[in-house]
Design a protein around this ligand. Sequence first.
Ligand code: PMP
Length: 414
Amino acid sequence: MTPATPDKPASQPVSGPRSHRVSGRVGGIAESATLKVDAKAKALKAEGRPVIGFGAGEPDFATPDYVVEAAAEACRDPKNHRYTPAGGLPELKKAIAEKTARDSGYDVEPAQVLVTNGGKQAIYAAFAAMLDPGDEVIVPAPYWTTYPEAIRLAGGVPVEVLADETQDYKVTPEQLEAARTERTKVLLFVSPSNPTGSVYTADEIREIGQWVEDHQLWVLTDEIYEHLVYDGVDTGSMPVLCPYLADNCVVVNGVAKTYAMTGWRVGWMIGPQDLVKAATNLQSHATSNVANVSQRAALAAVSGDLAAVEEMKAAFDRRRRTIVSMLGEIDGVVCPTPQGAFYAYPQVKGLLGKEYGGRVIDTSADLAEYILEQVEVAVVPGEAFGSPGYLRLSYALGDDDLVEGITRLQKLFS
Ligand code: PMP
């Protein structure tokens, strides 16, 4: 220890309470890789560089006018300048229950709904409410980058089960069974999937639901892309296809993707009342409630029709076909046709282990960096989703940008 001088306090012993400055639990969380790529692309763009971003998972459309109007009106009414109940505005919970019955056929009570700051917070709240330390959650990979972090933060242990492009990135009950232990408590399920765009068929969902039931597990099913299903795939909501699961099922959803409302931060979880009550208590201390005006906007969104999402879906579908066919023209890239959401997830192993501009690129992480440096196209490497050797490209960007961006890739790898 150095002694104190008039302008410098004595140095601290190395092993005091300050030596572990950040808790192990939070210090171990990785930065969201998708947000990182997006931030880098936006920063380059702000410098005036012609970056084309396939990184962000957000629609490029504006929020529909009637939603914006409802929010503007809500702003002017002082009653909306106050807290709402922690679980959400009663009329919004009721509208979410009605919307759920309308869109997926799942009948729930408003008391089964917790309105959260985006679907992301619903996922964290659900895991916090379900998991005790050491409980295992089976996470199909490639997985959306937030799931394992939310599980770990809640004290749980994510157990990955990898499904590659040869099985359309969809896990089977046999694979799930091979990963199950006596600590397994929850299956994480998402369809349509981020990052792969895969959609499970109704029959596949029934089989997986039956496996969940056979082993008395919970299932968290993320339905945030429910309206973005192409090619008329016969699919559905897990607790509707497997009604016996209702008491052990959490549905996560939100307005972000359906109504182009990523910035408004409104999502929800639906579950059995005991779990939702526990998660609501957690929220009452963590954040109190979602911004009142945002809840009013979400109320207008879910009470309205689905015209806006139909319009976006038509555009996404068009871009999906373009991106899949253009990526397919690049030697070394294998791109299965995604049937949902707005992501393409090509396997790019054929591009790795080669020399580019005097250096050998061995990983998809390095490849993504090289692509951004060389042709100013932002993509997210598979490492972010637990599956190196792949790239994720969001096709929620304008048609011209999409064609220009993939043309740059075609030239780079020709
Ligand atoms: N689930 C999935 C699968 C997602 O892709 C996202 C957004 N990227 C979310 C949930 C969360 O969305 P938000 O928090 O914006 O509602």
